[in-house]
Design a protein around this ligand. Structure first.
Ligand code: GRF
Length: 220
């Protein structure tokens, strides 16, 4: 069974979706993975409290308590390493991680981002998509590299933008696609169907492509 550490900063709805898919008893006789720890840079994150109710080990590392980004990254990396994870999932983790952290977990670090990358990296993606007048928006799961919201894209889910959309309505529809896409990618990774090759290129088996394809066309 693969060992997953999930990093969050807030609500944790992607964490819940992952847990539901991978860890709830009875759903899958041969459980693929276990969420062995949830770590947040915000001690008050709702997702941390929820994880505790599930008996998942939690840690809070408040980034404001560290003198620099590097100090925080180092502390976080050693905390994560202590759990010996096969995969680290950034599920609504709102801190940029530096090269040291990224290199340490290369090939086992993935992120969910609420836009169709490479469009709209960074924050406020829904607002920016509306301002740009795009007709398609969505979510991306990718391996993490040193570029902000960069790294090989594993899968994307498209969400049509409606004329009546505002930031809230668009965010809601994108989020429900995130909840479908991320657990599928993580399950495929845990089955060994998705990986990074030694040159840092995505390797995705035909089986993973077959499983992910139906999720790419999100709800209108
Ligand atoms: C998600 O849209 C995630 O992609 C973004 O922040 C949001 C976090 O949601 N980076 P949650 O904490 O998983 O509910």
């Amino acid at each position: 069974m693969k060992r997953i550490v999930v990093l969050i900063s807030g609500r944790g709805s992607n964490l819940l979706a992952l847990h539901k898919r991978l860890c709830e008893p009875g759903k899958d006789q041969n459980r693929l993975a276990s969420i062995i720890a949830v770590i947040s840079n915000k001690p008050e994150a709702q997702g941390l409290a929820w994880a505790q109710t599930q008996g998942i080990v939690t840690r809070a590392l408040d980034h404001r308590q560290y003198p620099s980004r590097e100090h925080f990254d180092q502390a976080l990396a050693s905390e994560v390493d202590d759990f010996g994870p096969d995969l680290v999932v950034l599920a609504g983790f709102m801190r940029v991680l530096g090269a040291g952290f990224v290199q340490r977990f290369e090939g086992r670090l993935i992120n969910i981002h609420p836009s169709l990358l490479p469009a709209f990296p960074g924050l406020n993606t829904h607002q920016r998509a509306l301002e740009a007048g795009v007709c398609l928006h969505g979510a991306t799961v990718h391996f993490v590299n040193e570029a902000l919201d960069g790294g090989p894209i594993i899968a994307q889910a498209f969400v049509p933008v409606q004329r009546t959309d505002n930031e809230v309505s668009l965010a809601e529809r994108v989020l429900s696609e995130e909840h479908r896409l991320l657990p599928q990618v993580v399950a495929d990774f845990c089955r060994g169907l998705i990986s990074l090759d030694p040159l840092g290129k995505l390797e995705c088996s035909p089986e993973a492509t077959r499983l992910l394809f139906p999720l790419t066309s999100g709800a209108a």
